[in-house]
Design a protein around this ligand. Sequence first.
Ligand code: AMP
Length: 213
Amino acid sequence: MATFEGITIALSKGRILKDTLPLLAPLGIEPTENLDTTRKLIIPTTRADVRLLAVRATDAPTYVQHGAADIGVAGKDVLMEHGGEGLYEPLDLGIAKCQLVVAGPKDFDLSGRQRLKVATKYVNVARRHFAAEGRHVDLIKLYGSMELAPLVDLADVIVDLVDTGNTLRANDLEPLVHIADISTRLIANRAALKTKHTAITALINDLKEVLAP
Ligand code: AMP
């Protein structure tokens, strides 16, 4: 495949893409394909020196870590779970803000349980969180609808994102422990920051200007 000399940005389809495109538009970066309908995964933009990769949210750090994309956009939750090796995190885009929490049935006594069963898609984050408290927990990996797990005794508690808290409330659950404040971050490949220093720094500075003019 021909090498692309410009900047490749990894963006995940869905919430992040929807929130990120308005930040890129003032920089003259707009997709030339309709993202709702295109099946293309490499998407040219109105700037010849910038192209977008449509990736799965959890894959964005991996594309940037390995240099397949120079920069990317990922939730702090995804970065915490990924580990962030080889990545530089120059900018908090301040979008998709929420919290990562341990949640469970109302008034659940976390310390009263010898062996805790924790369902989550953030197994690394959950393991680290409970290990820091000196607790060894049984982790159950799920890919969605974590809130269901405590309701059907698959797990005692979950580690998940909470925004309004409506989903927890609707299922008679509540946040028990705050783990981290989450927002969307710009990430950059450390090597690309050196080899494409001028172009990437300019883009980061332009984005900063859009965020706080
Ligand atoms: P809420 O009912 O507003 O608390 O939203 C909770 C549900 O939305 C959970 O299933 C979360 O996993 C998901 N969620 C909340 N905020 C975000 C976010 N910033 N990014 C991705 N998923 C989120």
